[in-house]
Design a binder for this molecule. Sequence first.
Ligand SMILES: [Zn+2]
Length: 132
Amino acid sequence: MNSIISKVSYLSGLVDGLGIDKDTKEGKVLIEVVNVLKDMAQEISHISDSQKDMEEYIDAIDEDLSELQGGIYEDEYEPYEDEGDNFIQLKCPNCSDEVYVDKDLLGQRDEITCPNCHNKMPLENCRCECGD
Ligand SMILES: [Zn+2]
């Protein structure tokens, strides 16, 4: 972007150096055109700078967002791990298969269906410390 500014500076110096008559119609227009080009080059340079700032800012937001997402997934993962404590291990009296039962089910049901032999197994045979 500096190349545009340097080109316009060169052009401006050329206009001065060539001693273009500011009082002629062509001279007035030419000098005015060079002035507009100077303004445009400055403006483009500012826009370019602020766009670079914006890109850095967006990168920073992107990184923050990634960290934030990582935090959310960790938070979601923890209660899932805690659910492991909420299961008790029972042995099916029919097929002796180990069955994991949600502790919440113990208060709601008297028996469950064994996933292995599909026979009913009573929940009062619970071997955990829940008192059943
Ligand atoms: Zn069974």
